[in-house]
Design a binder for this molecule. Structure first.
Ligand SMILES: [Zn+2]
Length: 384
């Protein structure tokens, strides 16, 4: 369970939306791309991710009939959001002390970071990341003029240019500046608007775009995504998918909350074992036994994952290790005190416990026994 640090931008990496993917790929393949399109979705359905995969498909040097290759230089640049012919526009806020109205490129670094980590991010979280207090986000007149200027330039590498505007509802009346551009973009220019609330967009803009209606991804598709990206078991993944109701952003948040809970459980447990507090140990075991088999199995899988990543930490480095920021501290501590032999013994204990839990072992006896064994290994590492 970890943040995906290198989200890919191919169609196949986005859960659901098969019909739209086929439609987009097919129209690009046939060279019949409408020059201004409005992706109409609800937050978290994956509109921005689809727009990115679409842009990657259009620019790809070795695309198939259904998807980009994901490997060519163009694909790599799109997936890093650095392709020089792919422009972005999104709501931003005025920075304190700056006289000029803000434009999207002022925030491009943080935009790349946030959207690469999670292209399903919603506007609330995006604006929170900009640390704005109570300021409103918007897309300014100056930004619109900047877009017009950029799209007049020749394309750099690709044969066309693409502008993805995320949340055009934040344009307000500034949108009037763009009317002519949207009605008649320069040659070989594609404008994709991705909107959560099309009824907030100027009617004059709406009427100039081709509408692409995006439905929520199915529960099964969301569950598959969570299983592949966050190593959840099917039952928990489906449960989260149902609660998320098509909103991938909400689903990913729930995964992180669950993994935060695992982290706390695991950390308390290791503390108790390390200090060999038998009273606390019995209380902890009783609580764990009451949690049900799925959660018990998840904790043991989490323990194995955590251990493996902390063993790898000195070799892979902080950047590549598959742990949350909060987990890295504990992992660094473990990798300092445990030697390879300790790791093996602990991994073996967790692995066996998982095996017996799956075969209906009594959880109270199993977790108490396991805690004693863990204490034994952990205490061998104590130097005080
Ligand atoms: Zn490619």
């Amino acid at each position: 369970m970890f943040f995906t640090s290198n989200t890919k931008m191919q169609f196949k990496d986005i859960p659901g939306h098969q019909k739209i993917k086929t439609f987009l790929a097919h129209s690009a393949h046939e060279g019949r791309v409408a020059h201004a399109q409005l992706f109409w979705e609800k937050e978290g359905y994956g509109g921005l991710a689809l727009a990115l995969a679409y842009a990657q498909y259009i620019f790809c040097e070795h695309r198939s009939e259904t998807d980009s290759c994901g490997e060519c230089p163009s694909c790599k640049k799109v997936s890093r959001l650095t392709h020089p012919d792919l422009h972005f526009s999104y709501p931003v806020v005025r920075l304190t002390g700056k006289a000029a109205a803000p434009i999207s490129t002022d925030f491009i670094k943080i935009w790349r970071e946030v959207m690469i980590a999670n292209p399903f991010t919603g506007v609330f979280d995006w604006l929170q990341t900009l640390d704005i207090g109570n300021k409103q986000g918007n897309i300014t007149v100056r930004e619109c003029q900047e877009i017009i200027r950029k799209l007049k330039l020749k394309s750099f590498e690709a044969s066309s240019r693409i502008l993805i505007m995320w949340l055009p509802e934040y344009l307000g009346v500034a949108g009037n500046v763009l009317l002519k551009l949207i009605e008649e973009p320069p040659p070989d220019t594609l404008i994709i608007l991705v909107s959560d609330e099309p009824d907030q967009i100027l009617a004059t803009i709406l009427s100039r775009t081709q509408l692409v209606k995006i439905n929520p991804p199915a529960d099964d598709d969301i569950a598959d995504y969570l299983i592949n990206h966050y190593q959840l078991d099917r039952q928990s993944a489906l449960q989260i998918a149902r609660l998320a109701d098509g909103n991938m952003q909400a689903a990913i948040k729930m995964v992180h909350e669950e993994s935060g809970e695992m982290e706390t459980l695991f950390r308390n447990w290791m503390n108790i074992c390390y200090r060999f507090k038998t009273k606390d140990m019995v209380v902890w075991v009783d609580e764990m036994a009451a949690m049900g088999r799925e959660k018990q199995k998840n904790l043991l899988l989490y323990a194995i994952h955590y251990l493996r990543e902390s063993l790898a930490l000195p070799y892979t480095g902080n950047e590549n290790v598959k742990l949350l920021e909060t987990e890295k501290k504990g992992a660094a501590f473990l990798s300092n005190v445990l030697n390879f032999d300790h790791y093996n013994q602990l991994a073996d204990l967790f692995d066996k416990a998982h095996y017996y839990i799956e075969r209906n072992a009594n959880p109270k006896i199993l977790f108490l026994n396991l805690s004693m064994d863990l204490s034994h290994v952990l205490r061998k590492t104590r130097t005080i």
